[in-house]
Design a protein around this ligand. Structure first.
Ligand SMILES: Nc1ncnc2c1ncn2[C@@H]1O[C@H](COP(=O)(O)OP(=O)(O)OP(=O)(O)O)[C@@H](O)[C@H]1O
Ligand SMILES: [Mg+2]
Length: 361
């Protein structure tokens, strides 16, 4: 239950001088650029020494320096944010550095998005529940290692580790061997090994759509699709096969970057429908449901089935491949549009209509 009273803080804001604020990392450039393009001010909560990129692109009107990102919870940091009439836009670094209880009880700024929904994305079990109750196709979960016999399974560990220590196996025997190997190589901890999350391995290609739900228009928008460039799994096949066969390489999935992509047109009906179902289900599991960005990680099989294996209730780094726009936003807007700008536009429209409370929690 969210314990923060946002209405009181909003009541004290000068609505003519609203700032968009976020932590200086992940997708801050996207968020700031969008805010500037929509005529809003920007505030960067930045770790001292990491301001270079935001100064280089000249996107932050104000810097609030902190020693570590967790310090955004400090009283004086929050007071400075309030002084700037800040609407805070959460991204991946918020999940990484601020836990959910702190987010719901200690962070007293208006947040663009639904705080309660953020809790649904930090647990794989809850994500799976959200995706499956929304009616999306999801990978099978193996609760017992013996069930995988002869099938390909993907073994993951708690927290978003960017694929570190994850592996693929086809039997209980191979599983025991790989767990041992991962522990020896210190890619996982003993505690990780006690909490494996074993999913059916989906053979196909990754397709990661980005959506925006506008509470003002009551509509889902498809703002882009990306795919990821992951090390070392995307590099491994550059090794000639004879040499590769002799190596003991466990490919990892550390994200290095993202490619923008367009999906085959016949997939788009389903991709849009999936976004609608997710947002309808979000209204049930965490009222008022989605606010602004949410993104899926899917694999599309050779039968063109779209299997969703992960969801984020916020902007994802893949949206950064679309700063300036892409074919989907051009089709819809006939002007440069992208996640950061779409967020800022929603904030601007909400201020104009005096309904800012509908887009923040
Ligand atoms: N069930 C699956 N079948 C096949 N490949 C998968 C499956 N699940 C994940 N992958 C691949 O492994 C990568 C990492 O998995 P996943 O996204 O679940 O990890 P993560 O720790 O949540 O990482 P991140 O936070 O960076 O998204 C994915 O980007 C995808 O390429
Ligand atoms: Mg993922």
């Amino acid at each position: 239950m969210v314990a923060v009273d946002i209405s009181k803080i909003l009541a004290g804001y000068n609505k003519k001088k609203i700032s968009i604020a976020t932590l200086g990392s992940h997708s801050a450039l996207n968020i700031f650029k969008g805010a500037k393009e929509e005529g809003l001010r920007t505030v960067c909560v930045c770790i001292k020494g990491q301001e270079k990129v935001y100064k280089y692109f000249d996107l932050a009107d104000e810097f609030i320096y902190v020693e570590k990102f967790h310090d955004i919870l400090n009283k004086e940091t929050q007071e400075k944010l309030v002084e700037h009439n800040s609407i805070v836009v959460p991204h991946g670094s918020f999940n990484a550095y601020i836990n959910q209880d702190e987010m719901e009880n200690k962070f007293k700024l208006p947040l663009f998005g639904n705080r309660t929904l953020l809790r649904w994305e930090v647990s794989r079990e809850k994500q799976h529940e959200w995706l499956s109750t929304a009616g999306l196709k999801v990978p099978r979960i193996y609760h017992n290692i013996d069930e995988i016999e002869g099938k390909l399974a993907f073994v993951k560990f708690p927290g978003a580790k960017g694929g570190k220590g994850y592996f693929v196996v086809d039997s209980a025997k191979a599983y025991e061997k790989k767990i041992k190997d991962m522990l020896e190589r210190k890619l996982i901890t003993k505690e990780d090994a006690e909490h494996p999350y074993v999913q059916e391995y989906i053979v196909g290609v990754s397709v990661y759509p980005h959506y925006f739900y506008s509470p003002l228009k009551n509509e889902i928008e498809l703002l882009g699709i990306d795919k990821r460039y992951e090390s070392s799994v995307d590099g491994i096949f550059r090794i000639p096969v004879p040499e590769l066969l002799g190596q003991k390489i466990n490919p990892s999935f550390t994200v290095v970057g993202n490619f923008p992509m367009v999906a085959r047109e016949s997939l788009l009906n389903e991709i849009i429908r999936m976004g609608e179902r997710i947002s309808q289900q979000a209204k049930k599991i965490a009222p008022p449901g989605c606010i602004g960005p949410f993104c899926l990680e899917t694999i599309v099989t050779e039968n063109l089935d779209i299997i969703a294996f992960e969801i984020s209730a916020r902007i994802v780094a893949g949206c950064n491949a679309h700063i300036g726009g892409n074919p989907y936003t051009y089709l819809k807007y006939s002007e440069p549009m992208y996640m950061g700008k779409r967020i800022a536009r929603e904030v601007k429209n909400a201020i104009k209509k005096e309904t800012i409370e509908d887009v923040v929690t």
